[in-house]
Design a protein around this ligand. Structure first.
Ligand code: INI
Length: 155
């Protein structure tokens, strides 16, 4: 077998940007709390975490791209919640957010993690923002740390 690359979850010297949507702030504030708490518990300094707000999840990729391009961050954590309504609007917003956030990482080389809830109901979103089904902000913060460290060790 050749080499194996496996990154650690130590965030001591990482600088992280969080980009969060203002829509559904009841849940998104919990995602921000979960992400910040996780970053800090993994050694990221409070001062090394910057936070930018965008109007909705559709705008996450643009702000994430700008922060990634700044050269100031090792990773960008994207947080938001899209909740299905009576029209296909949900599909467009969630789809563009997912595609755009993925593109940020691929195009800039700075990992952008996907901490966006895509739920059918408000209850599902509450469950995934710090109650019985975990906290997507925590997962996104962990993914950001791991990917930032992986980028440092990959050839
Ligand atoms: N934005 C969200 O972040 N979540 C939603 O559930 C949502 N819904 O349902 O419409 C939403 N829409 C706004 C969208 O992200 C843009 O901000 C808006 O279309 C302006 O570009």
């Amino acid at each position: 077998m050749g080499k194996e690359y496996s990154a650690n979850l130590i965030g001591t010297d990482l600088k992280i940007a969080i980009v969060a949507s203002r829509w559904n702030d009841l849940m998104v504030n919990k995602l921000i709390e979960g992400a910040r708490d996780t970053l800090i518990r993994h050694g990221v300094s409070d001062k090394a975490i910057d936070l930018a707000f965008v109007p909705g999840c559709f705008e996450l990729p643009m702000a994430a791209r700008k922060m990634a391009d700044s050269g100031n961050y090792d990773a960008v954590v994207c947080l938001g919640a899209v909740i299905r309504g009576a029209t296909p609007h949900f599909e467009y917003v969630a789809g563009e957010a997912a595609r755009g956030i993925s593109q940020v990482g691929v195009l800039t080389g700075i990992p952008a993690s996907f901490g966006v809830l895509t739920c059918d109901t408000t209850e599902q979103a509450i469950e995934r923002s710090g109650s019985k089904a975990g906290n997507k902000g925590v997962e996104a913060a962990l993914a950001a740390i791991e990917m930032a460290n992986l980028m440092r060790i990959l050839p």
